[in-house]
Design a protein around this ligand. Structure first.
Ligand code: SF4
Length: 338
């Protein structure tokens, strides 16, 4: 995958993005009295031809972030720009031309495909957006199926006649049909067997090389995004805690949570894996996004926590190489006292 240049104009950019959901309402006026903050002051940018991995445990807000970025959800704060255009509050009509350039592939291919539609109809949905119909659409559907490694002769089959990996390939073909510039992949392989995961990731990699696509690749596991990401953002309880080039994140993690995610990657050695359960990412549970811990949100689970961690939220600070981390005591960095 291509290297990311920080100086290029981003295709897709979030600034101070926030997504809050009311969870309780007051009896008197029905106004929200408490909120779940799924995304809290997130800023990131996706560049042309780049893959940006977004990683964190379940409930960290990464799917809410993805939905805000493609404007399937309206953020409650901050901004989203596509090619420099502010689309934060764009109407459905204003979003229509942009929808053709930003596509989303979902985690569960079974749930995201209409079981009553034949594969040809599913993939042709995107072609209609481009005004392609008739025999040209038939030809293109077959081409798209071949591109994603499916048999074009299976165009009249229903989704249930395919395996999980093949259904995800159908979802990818449907996304490609509109000739997108950006694909937001929300845990695209986590519902698949490990052996199939690599095939789908390799397919995405090949498609990116051929078509110059940009990916925002959401995953709960650093292992999945390791070989496809140019940069990686690590999220914890709605916030980005580390953002850097993939090599930096894997080779020199600065945030203890990132280090814990790396330590939880299962070994690829079958002898070492035998009989072992997948290790926990860190002791304890991720905090509650309705009332996150004060100070650093990771402090109840962090072995390096000190008093300042319990009271003061660490800002996202740039270290050498543009490596960003939000930690009072980053790993491998000389302490300046706290
Ligand atoms: S700020 Fe403190 S508690 Fe948070 S990750 Fe860093 S060392 Fe751990």
């Amino acid at each position: 995958m291509s290297a990311a240049g920080a100086d290029r104009v981003p295709l897709l950019a979030a600034s101070g993005l926030q997504q809050r959901f009311p969870v309780t309402r007051s009896l008197l006026f029905g106004r929200p009295s408490s909120y779940l903050t799924a995304v809290d002051d997130v800023s990131l940018a996706l560049h042309e031809g780049e893959t940006l991995g977004v990683v964190g445990e379940s409930g960290c807000g990464k799917t809410s972030l993805a939905r805000c970025l493609v404007r399937l959800a309206r953020p409650t704060g901050g901004t989203v720009h596509y090619r420099g255009q502010d689309i934060t509050h764009a109407s459905a009509r204003q979003l229509r031309p942009i929808r053709a350039e930003i596509q989303m592939v979902f985690q569960d291919p079974e749930a995201s495909l209409n079981p009553r539609q034949r594969v040809g109809q599913i993939v042709a949905t995107g072609l209609r957006l481009r005004g392609v119909g008739g025999s040209a659409a038939d030809r293109e559907v077959r081409n798209l199926l071949a591109q994603v490694g499916l048999n074009p002769e299976h165009v009249n089959r229903f989704p249930h006649e395919f395996s999980g990996g093949q259904r995800q390939r159908i979802g990818i073909a449907r996304a490609l049909a509109v000739q997108p510039k950006v694909i937001v992949l929300d845990e695209p392989v986590s519902a698949l067997d490990v052996s199939i995961q690599a095939q789908v990731v390799n397919l995405l990699d090949d498609l990116q090389q051929e078509q110059g696509l940009s990916y925002l690749f959401v995953a709960h596991d650093l292992a999945v995004v390791r070989h496809v990401s140019d940069r990686i953002a690590v999220m914890y309880l709605g916030q980005i805690v580390e953002l850097a080039a993939a090599d930096e994140v894997y080779g020199r993690p600065l945030h203890p949570y990132t280090a814990a995610l790396l330590a939880a990657i299962p070994s690829t050695d079958p002898a070492r894996r035998r009989g072992r359960h997948r290790p926990a990412v860190a002791p304890g549970e991720p905090g509650n996004p309705i009332s996150p811990p004060p100070g650093c949100r990771f402090h109840p689970r962090c072995g390096r926590a000190t008093d300042v961690c319990r009271t003061t939220q660490p800002p996202l600070v740039a270290y050498s190489g543009g490596h960003l981390a939000a930690c009072h005591h980053p790993l491998g960095v000389e302490s300046v006292g706290s």
